[in-house]
Design a protein around this ligand. Sequence first.
Ligand SMILES: Nc1ncnc2c1ncn2[C@@H]1O[C@H](COP(=O)(O)OP(=O)(O)OP(=O)(O)O)[C@@H](O)[C@H]1O
Ligand SMILES: [Mg+2]
Length: 254
Amino acid sequence: MSVILQVDRLMKSFGGLSVTRDVSLSVAKGERVALIGPNGAGKTTFVNLVTGHLKRDSGRVLIGAKDISNLNPMQRVRAGLVRSFQVTRLFADMTPEEHVALAILQREKRSGRITGSYRAMPEVMRETYDILDTLGLVALAQVPVSAIAYGQQRLLEIALAMALRPKVLLLDEPGAGVAHGDTFLIENALAQLPDDLAVLMIEHDMDLVFRFAKRVIVLAAGEIIFDGSPRDVTGDALVREAYLGSYADASSAA
Ligand SMILES: Nc1ncnc2c1ncn2[C@@H]1O[C@H](COP(=O)(O)OP(=O)(O)OP(=O)(O)O)[C@@H](O)[C@H]1O
Ligand SMILES: [Mg+2]
């Protein structure tokens, strides 16, 4: 398996509070990994350090053989590392078509063009609709975001990430705020992602985690306490104590 994301000995403190403690992990091309752990465990901080939105105290981040530790977030996106946010950041007046097309233009460094002109670019339109189709959003392509259900807004976030052609996709709680009956939309969308894309997903919805991930990493108090298969995670004593107790007990009782 070829490693596409490698994190070596990452450390971060806020004042006296150590929130990322010597975290090392690697993710291979095409892997589907869930990063779980209790509230405040340091999951979002970890993602922010990897993407460069937060400055690390020490450690290294590599994409393939390239050390990206000193690059800014935009340069890391260009290196193939793309994330979605825990809270949606979309423009209410813009449509999914506009969002995705402009993300493609941004990737191609053509974002200086006047909005709307992408419609005269067949290759941009084709790619836009391919991506919207993957995420099941074609029917909503022309609808302003303000009129789209929250669950589908989260899908649009993933569509935007895809438009940047990532090698590694980091998803921070794609199911957050999505009605339980709508999480299948997220799940279906994740199942459509390219096979060679590495995906690391932070998620609290354990049903989603267990259906999506082939590998689960558990973070507690800034440290990795488990890295292994979904089958083994519920039986792990440390994990049960830190986080999963209620879920494991509920599953075995059912
Ligand atoms: N900018 C900051 N300044 C100070 N402390 C911070 C900052 N960002 C996060 N923290 C602290 O770092 C710890 C980890 O927070 P983080 O948001 O990474 O947790 P999380 O695992 O993503 O939690 P959740 O599941 O609730 O999203 C928490 O104790 C939090 O209060
Ligand atoms: Mg978080």
